[in-house]
Design a binder for this molecule. Structure first.
Ligand code: DQA
Length: 143
């Protein structure tokens, strides 16, 4: 099964960025944990990170062209205001799970709203890097 893992803005700074909220693992570490898990489950995983909204949208469209079968996406701050990423997810017929390291529901008010989650089959938040593994599991369970 071909699955894309998409990380939004500032997630390339994991490990440096507010470790008390996002943990001390780097994005490379998280990706390699996912890669190992993917090998166990015989998944073909592709990883993408960008700090730009347009690049995330271009990549979601590429997922369609490449016949990707599932997406795990952490839209990061775009979660809260990117109707363009919402529309991109809606444009492609690929089940997506939204994930967040932190529990966005217990943080600042502006983080409590996700405009992208309604374009996804579900959302997982608050389990640190495990949120990504749970997102992958959720995709496998719904295939
Ligand atoms: C985040 C939560 C967002 O509110 C924030 O802007 C991020 C990371 C998370 O994974 O907890 O960049 O998506």
């Amino acid at each position: 099964m071909k699955i894309a893992i998409i990380h939004g803005p500032n997630l390339n700074f994991l490990g440096i960025r507010e470790p008390e909220i996002y943990g001390s693992q780097t994005l490379e570490t998280i990706n390699s944990i996912l890669e190992d898990y993917g090998k166990e489950k015989n998944l073909d995983l592709t990883f993408f990170q960008s700090n730009s909204e347009g690049a995330v949208i271009d990549f979601i469209q590429k997922c369609h062209r490449d016949r990707v079968e599932g997406i795990v996406i952490n839209p990061a701050a775009y979660t809260h205001y990117s109707y363009a990423i919402h529309d991109a997810l809606k444009s492609v017929d690929i089940p997506a799970v939204e994930v967040h390291l932190s529990n966005i529901n217990t943080r600042e008010d502006f983080r409590k709203e996700s405009v992208t989650a309604s374009a996804c089959i579900g959302q997982i938040a608050g389990f640190g890097s495990q949120s990504y593994l749970l997102g992958l599991e959720a995709l496998l369970m719904t295939r």
